[in-house]
Structure formats: structure tokens, C-alpha cells
Write a protein that binds this ligand. Structure first.
Ligand code: TXA
Ligand code: MG
Length: 312
């Protein structure tokens, strides 16, 4: 048996026993448990210190699994065909007779679902008799983890098992689209909205900043590196670090870059790990140069804005 096979077996055993473990996805690491068990889902909220009224995303292997729990519509099928498995989360209506834990959905009639792409997680999901409820595997309001070691930093011994799937390819959370009524984007993320628009061939409103409590990523504290973050900066602050989009010629130890050549997808992939690294090295603040606001730059700026609001 390869180590991946034995780790999948181990993961299944924990999950079948209603334990909560960390799993890799293509976006960020998740804190996963049996979505059909109140007992299991409760453990996620406790470990993550997450408010009970903030619902979780349910992760499925395939369409046939999801059909029993949710009401699927035309727009869903169009997007599913094009982008799944992948970094897109759908908000849909629950079926009356669904099996999902009411604790995971905060007793609402709508549910967030997605089909993650990471091959190791897909192998695991295929073996399970239930989908996985999984928020990002960080303590509430902190940075999402993109490596097994980040999850360990967040939870230490409190986490029973981490299925190590290497570094996350996308590095930023999934895009969330509400498909009940007119399509609305609730969170910018790993799938560019322009690509979604092309498939649906209709305008899609961005609803990412409503003043409603518990909207995706809207908690006052969110994506926080734990030190002040300053956007659109020209240089670092005293005892602080500076981040550029492209690798620069300046060779200073407090200078970091998000991508070698300025590619915004690479930058998104490296964002959280760079913020984490800077905090770990003991710098007192993070200044970051202006990042172009298109393509994946939109999601990067969204996360930076939320982090900036928190720590200044
Ligand atoms: O990439 C991702 O989506 C990662 C990986 C692990 O899959 N997961 C993730 O989960 O980012 P989480 O819990 O950190 O963020 C999910 C967001 C939350 O802000 C939550 O409020 C929102 O989705 N959400 C969940 N159910 C919802 C619903 N029915 N309506 C509106 N928003 C919902
Ligand atoms: Mg999160």
C-alpha cells in the first residue's frame, strides 16, 4: 500500500468515527467532518472557534451524490459542466428530505456546495458514504492555510490528523455564487467571475459587500495575518516588510514578492503563504504595493482589503 493509500484509509477511519480532520483542496486546506452527522459537524465549530450562525460548505464527489440533498437548476448544470470539479461554490435550495446536518447549514433552507478538485481529496470522497462539511482550516478570522504545516501551526495537537496533499495549487478560497434567483457572486475567489459570465451569458451582480452579518467573509475580523497590513504602499514601515507583485532588483531581506513575473494567478497562490512567512519572521507590519484590480487581482485585493481593515 502506498503512503497516500494508507493515509486515505486512516482519514476514512477518523471521519467514519465522526472525528474532524484536515484535508487538502485545490484552494486551501479544509477542516472536514461528516456533513450528515450533527455530532461530527459540531466538532468543526468548536475547533475553529467559529460562530454557530456561520454555515459551512458541503464538499461532494459527484452529481449523483448531490441530487438527493439539493434542488439543482439549469444554471447550476451549465457551470458544473464547465468548472467542476474546481474552485466554485454554489448556493442552492435544500431538498425537504435532505440528510445534511442542520448545524452545518444553520438551519437554513439554502446550502453552499462544492466539488473540490484535489486528487487526494477526491479519492477520499469517493470512498465515503457522505459528503464533507469543511470550512477553511484556520482559527476563525485568521489566514487560510495552504500547506499541511500551516494547519499544524493553526491547531497544533488539537487536530487529530492532517491528510497532507502538498501545497494548494490555487491558494485562495473558492468563488461563491448564489444560484437561487438571479445569479449573484457572494465571494470573489479562485474562479474568475469573467469566466462564469461567459458561460451563463448574462449579467451577474457582485454582492460581496452587503452590510449583513455572516455574509461570506464579512466578519469584522477576517483573513488577518495578525499584524497591520497596508495596501497601495510605496515602501515598508519601520521594522516592517514590503511585498511587491513581481520579483524586483532590490535585494533586501525584508522584501518579498508574490510572483516572479507578475502573473496574478501565481500571486494569488503565494499570497497567504507570504503573509504567514512575514508574520513568522517577526516583522511588525506588512506593506504591499498596489496590485492590479482585474482577473485574480480582484480576489487578491478583496482579501487584502479585509485584512487591512482589521489590523490598523
Ligand atoms: O475554497 C473554499 O471554499 C474552502 C475550501 C476548504 O473548500 N472553504 C471555505 O470555507 O472557504 P469557509 O467556511 O471558510 O467559507 C465559506 C463561506 C463562509 O463565509 C460562509 O458564511 C459562506 O461560505 N456560506 C456558507 N453557506 C452559505 C449560505 N447558505 N449562504 C451564504 N453563504 C454561505
Ligand atoms: Mg474561511
Amino acid at each position: 500500500m502506498t503512503s497516500n493509500q494508507s493515509n486515505i484509509k486512516k482519514s476514512k477511519k477518523y471521519l467514519d468515527n465522526n472525528k474532524c480532520i484536515s484535508v487538502p483542496t485545490e484552494t486551501v486546506y479544509g477542516l472536514a467532518a461528516n456533513a450528515y452527522s450533527n455530532d461530527a459537524v459540531r466538532k468543526i465549530f468548536v475547533l475553529k472557534k467559529r460562530p454557530k450562525n456561520n454555515p459551512l460548505i458541503i464538499h461532494y464527489y459527484s452529481l449523483s451524490n448531490v441530487k438527493n440533498d439539493c434542488i439543482l437548476n439549469k444554471k447550476f448544470f451549465l457551470l458544473y459542466k464547465k468548472f467542476c470539479p474546481g474552485p466554485l461554490t454554489f448556493i442552492l435550495k435544500l431538498k425537504k428530505e435532505n440528510q445534511i446536518s442542520k448545524i452545518a447549514t444553520n438551519n437554513k433552507k439554502l446550502v453552499a456546495i462544492r466539488f473540490p478538485k484535489h486528487p487526494l481529496l477526491r479519492k477520499l470522497l469517493k470512498k465515503l458514504k457522505y459528503p464533507l462539511a469543511a470550512p477553511s482550516a484556520n482559527i476563525y478570522s485568521k489566514l487560510s492555510p495552504v500547506r499541511a504545516s500551516d494547519v499544524k501551526d493553526e491547531f497544533g495537537k488539537k487536530i487529530k490528523f492532517i491528510l497532507d496533499g502538498g501545497e494548494c495549487k490555487i491558494g485562495i478560497e473558492s468563488t461563491i455564487i448564489n444560484l437561487v434567483g438571479k445569479p449573484k457572486i457572494l465571494r470573489l475567489g479562485g474562479l474568475e467571475v469573467g469566466k462564469i459570465k461567459k458561460v451563463l451569458n448574462m449579467p451577474i451582480s457582485l454582492n460581496i459587500n452587503p452590510k449583513i452579518k455572516n455574509f461570506p467573509g464579512q466578519s469584522k475580523l477576517h483573513y488577518s495575518p495578525g499584524i497591520p497590513l497596508i495596501m497601495n504602499a510605496k515602501k515598508e514601515r519601520r521594522n516592517g516588510a514590503f511585498i511587491t507583485l513581481k520579483k524586483s532588483n532590490i535585494n533586501k531581506k525584508n522584501y518579498f514578492y508574490l510572483s516572479k513575473n507578475g502573473d496574478l494567478s501565481h500571486a494569488a497562490k503565494n499570497l497567504y503563504s507570504t503573509l504567514r512567512k512575514i508574520k513568522k519572521k517577526g516583522y511588525k507590519s506588512i506593506s504591499i504595493e498596489k496590485i492590479d484590480n482585474y482577473g485574480m487581482g480582484l480576489a487578491i485585493n478583496d482579501r487584502l482589503k479585509r485584512a487591512e481593515k482589521n489590523d490598523n
